[in-house]
Design a protein around this ligand. Structure first.
Ligand code: PLP
Length: 468
């Protein structure tokens, strides 16, 4: 395949560069609040929080000031064998805003890395922990060597995190490198049969998970899920009760529960953390994306004292010997502290309730559109599916969602549908008028996208279609 003369030195993430060379991407010159500004000055409302990371708006004065202040002191120092106030304070703050069992914070630098950390910690915990029934106290449970994840789950792109991810477009090429784990059916409510109640459907899906656990309980270290919203699969949603059952199941079989709140943490679902809605606490909580307000790469795995104690020993090899060069970066820590302070100062969660209510009204209006199906919302995340006028899904090769995104961008709105799953996950600083505008442009984008010829909707490669 020829490369285009337009190619720069840059290889973009999650992108077929061939397609990008046909449609060059816009350049962002600055960003403020809920808006990005292109180099031609055009404002673009950031309907996806710049890939789900930004919380309080771009260039927030308080976060900018915190980073600038830190920069005057020091930028990065080693965290092994040393400590510093920003990271100490951040660990203390994270413990303060989560449930009491979560007492320890292990920092890494990306969401994928946080998932790797949680998987490794869980496995090592079982290998160095003897159960009450074990005769030999030092023997541990070396037979525990696998994880259960959910169908349609997404936990990152590194080999370990990709092994528990179920997005074939991202993983199938690398199958020889990936570890085979166990997979349970998704509780995503849009998979429900029409004659089923939500409860019946969830119980059925949960029973299948339960069977899987019973078959493999001696081998399973942990179950890892995205609580309430399976993001990269297209903002697929399920209710908190499933998580409540999941916690009970894990307790009954002495299996860890890893909650990947990398996307849904920090207020996206309405509460600060999604699992609060289920009244449960995980053994491992993975945080990233919004952790720094979406400013700088940082992630954190929070865990319990029980897990921590299993690594605490005179034996070096029993420690958790995992590190990243930039672990605990002070600039990122200051951004994270400033972001947490904004939740207090701006009363963010309370204020978001109005947005959540407005989303509900606006989604209900959209729901009557003949090309809209499966309207769904969890807190500050709203989504729907684009369908044919007869209610059937579009054939996979028809990229109507991509057409919608093109139209929206030309009219000042950034959305990034995943296939025909259209979603909004805007920064919390968005105003009521901007939400109205977001839905108005979307509505026109639907009308435009569904009226285009099939050939235009099929203009590019089908594999491009499902990228988050
Ligand atoms: C984005 C995401 C990840 C991966 O985070 P990166 O920082 O992109 O490595 C993992 N899990 C979930 C649920 C995510 O949304």
């Amino acid at each position: 395949m020829q490369t285009s003369a337009r190619s720069s030195a840059l290889w973009h993430p999650c992108t077929q560069m061939y397609q990008q060379d046909i449609n060059p991407v816009p350049k962002i010159a600055r960003a403020k609040g809920a808006y990005l500004y292109l180099d031609n000055g055009q404002p673009v409302l950031d309907g996806i929080s710049s890939w789900w990371v930004n919380l309080h708006g771009h260039s927030h004065p308080a976060i900018n000031a915190a980073i600038t202040d830190q920069l005057e002191q020091f930028e990065q120092v080693i965290l092994a064998g040393f400590t510093h106030s920003p990271i100490e304070q951040l660990a203390a703050q994270l413990v303060a805003v989560t449930l009491p069992p979560l007492t320890r914070c292990f920092f890494a630098d990306s969401g994928s890395a946080a998932v790797e950390v949680a998987l490794k910690m869980s496995l090592q915990f079982w290998h160095q922990t003897a159960g009450p029934q074990t005769v030999e106290p030092e023997s541990g449970k070396p037979e525990r060597n696998t994880f259960i994840s959910l169908e349609n789950g997404y936990h990152g792109e590194t080999l370990g995190s990709l092994s528990v991810t179920d997005i074939p477009l991202f993983s199938s090429q690398y199958r020889p490198l990936l570890i085979q784990h166990l997979r349970a059916p998704t509780p995503d409510l849009s998979c429900k049969q029409h004659d089923q109640s939500d409860e019946e459907f969830l119980l059925q899906r949960f029973a299948q998970l339960q069977t899987l656990v019973e078959q493999h309980q001696d081998r399973v270290c942990a179950i890892i899920v995205e609580p309430l919203v399976q993001g990269a699969a297209g903002m697929k949603m399920y209710p908190p009760i499933y998580l409540t059952w999941l916690r009970q199941l894990c307790d009954a079989h002495q299996i860890h529960l890893i909650l990947d709140e990398i996307a849904v943490g920090f207020g996206r679902t309405g509460t600060l953390f999604a699992h609060e809605q289920a009244g449960i606490c995980p053994d491992f909580l993975c945080l990233s994306k919004g952790l720094t307000g979406g400013y700088l790469p940082m992630s954190c795995v929070m865990t319990t004292d029980k897990v921590y104690q299993a690594f605490y020993s005179p034996d070096v090899a029993k420690g958790f010997l995992h590190s990243h060069s930039f672990t605990g970066n002070p600039l990122a820590a200051r951004a994270a502290l400033a972001s947490l302070a904004i939740f207090e100062q701006e009363n963010t969660l309370q204020k978001n309730q109005q947005h959540i209510h407005q989303f509900k009204i606006k989604l209900a209006e959209l729901a009557s559109h003949p090309h809209v199906a499966h309207c769904r919302q969890t807190g500050m995340i709203a989504a729907f599916d684009l369908v044919q006028a007869n209610g059937q899904p579009y054939p996979a090769v028809q990229q109507r969602g991509r057409l919608m995104a093109q139209y929206a961008l030309q009219h000042g709105l950034l959305i990034r549908p995943i296939g025909n799953h259209v979603y909004f996950i805007p920064p919390y600083c968005i105003t009521a008028d901007e939400i109205d505008q977001m839905f108005a442009i979307t509505s026109r984008a639907i009308d435009w996208a569904v009226s285009q010829s099939v050939s235009l909707a099929e203009a590019s490669m089908p594999a491009m279609f499902n990228l988050p």
